[in-house]
Design a binder for this molecule. Sequence first.
Ligand SMILES: [Zn+2]
Length: 448
Amino acid sequence: MPLSRFVFLALVLCFMTSVVAAQQAEKEKPAPHVVYVKAGHLFDATSDVLRENVVITVEDERIKSVAAAGEVKIPAGAEVIDLSKAWVLPGLIDCHVHLEARADKLDPIEDVRWTPFKGGFAGVVNAKTTLMAGFTSVRDVGSSPFFAVDLRDSINEGFIVGPRVVASGPPLSITGGHGDMNSFAPAVSNSMYPAEKDFAIVDGPEEVRHAVREQIKYRVDVIKLMATGGVMSQGDQPGAEQLTYEEMKMAVDEAHRANRKVAAHAHGTQGIKDAVRAGVDSIEHGSLIDDEGIQMMKERGTYLVADIYNDDYILGMAQQFGLPEANIEKERKLGKLQRENFARAVKGGVKIAFGTDAGVYPHGDNAKQFHYMVKYGLTPAQAIKAATVNAADLIDRKDIVGTIEAGKYADIIAVTANPLERIEVLEHVAFVMKGGKVYKDELTVEKK
Ligand SMILES: [Zn+2]
């Protein structure tokens, strides 16, 4: 047989085998798992109003369709989740959490006692608690290197139960800044942050460049900067600018080049403006923002992520935890101003995304912040959108989460009263589905 014919026959044989294999694979592919969710009242986050009597068809992990009940023929024997007496919403998103942190261990000295393992154990528990509270996505904006990345992956693998995690590495902070171990003897500080493991303490644009690239190398989704001082750190002032404009500009350029967003912790007036000017995607806290800062954020579309609930918890527990008096005083002064300035930012038209700093108060209580967001100027619909469609935009996932629409992940929650009339009902989420899988159901279980 001439070689060319042999090659031809071999190719034909190869082709036929692969066709048969493909047909077999098609046969063996399981039929999609279809579930019909009957939603009595639906807030899908694409508008500010409720839709009545809707059927959400879920196919495997995704939403296949959302339609009026009359338009959907549910086949006999199909799997149905009956939420016809409930208010159904997209899974909530908290853009500012610390899943390795425990609110019952707020004392800064705890940092010295803990090995990374303790944070890891806490993270497993906190992730589950957060999901059960109706938060199907979170952005973790600061933890030990690279806890949030590993947690994200373990959840995605199905090994641990938790929300979808958008992971940052340890925040970038200046020496002596909000992210550093201050007020300890050098021997203690240096053993906490040995130079070769120091991913987070940076001075000067070139060190910033290296740190951002290094964090991207270790697969973070987002870069977190400490633009100003903070409340729970020692020896610094929340209002003081820490990273310079040039340092932040470098971080933003490097992160955006790699398609990563940048979140800037910023309490102080000047630090907020320099961070916005440098091009960060969100200002976290934003406590001392002024009118000029509000205008700048509005013009550039920078999100404000203001943690305006946790003050109540921190001040309520301060004595019990033995927090240093200096920290308590900072919290007291700043908390009040932060709420007032949040209201001004809302009035000024700044884009708002929901973020709570969970970890400084107990994980799972995230929804307690809705009450304050409404009290300080948002309508209930706007507050829910801040925690769904807006948050999804900020975390760069608006094509997959944040609304109840065909094509998105079936991240669906339900409550037993109308959240547009009583926003606090979101503190008691009764049904949680993430990616088509039900994790919590206090509504239909009795009927089964
Ligand atoms: Zn934080």
